[in-house]
Design a protein around this ligand. Structure first.
Ligand SMILES: Cc1cc2nc3c(=O)[nH]c(=O)nc-3n(C[C@H](O)[C@H](O)[C@H](O)COP(=O)(O)OP(=O)(O)OC[C@H]3O[C@@H](n4cnc5c(N)ncnc54)[C@H](O)[C@@H]3O)c2cc1C
Length: 120
């Protein structure tokens, strides 16, 4: 197994030059979190645009570049917290309801552009 330390440059995680090494192994099990949306999300030739950070692009109403496909939670925000995923899921549900029915009374608790509070 070839491994390397990584660094983030221009929003993209890359191997750090000079840190590559080989670890002999019979079996490798990968258990990854905070790794971004999977590449195999492309279904029936649907290809959702990604930002340079690797997450799916979405508009202010959570819609993607594909008609009728909406993005909420970590797939659009990047690695975050469950409360954001829940709030975005509710807001995206309201946008989907408006898309399907032409109107909605469902709540939109957060926008895709909302940021968390930073505590110093
Ligand atoms: C190790 C770890 C610890 C964490 N600890 C905390 C914590 O203490 N507190 C906190 O608030 N947050 C924590 N988080 C973050 C939190 O888990 C996420 O922010 C939250 O789960 C995001 O929810 P989501 O619905 O957007 O995505 P997910 O929970 O990742 O759900 C996405 C789902 O889509 C499925 N999926 C992927 N590709 C496809 C496909 N092609 N077809 C169908 N289904 C697919 C996946 O299997 C998954 O079930 C932690 C995350 C990690 C990795």
């Amino acid at each position: 197994m070839k491994v390397a330390e990584t660094e983030i440059a221009d929003g993209i995680r890359r191997p750090k030059t000079g840190t590559e090494r080989i670890i002999p192994a019979d079996l490798v099990l990968l258990s990854l979190g905070y790794s971004g949306p999977l590449d195999d999300i492309e279904i029936n030739d649907i290809k959702i645009e990604r930002s340079t950070a690797g997450v799916f692009e979405r508009s202010a109403d959570y819609s993607s570049n594909i008609e009728g496909v909406f993005i909420a939670g970590d797939a659009g925000r990047g690695a975050s917290l469950i409360v954001w995923a829940i709030a975005e899921g509710r807001a995206a549900a309201a946008e989907i309801d408006a898309y399907l029915e032409g109107q909605t009374v469902l709540p939109k608790p957060v926008k895709p552009s909302d940021k968390g509070i930073t505590v110093y």
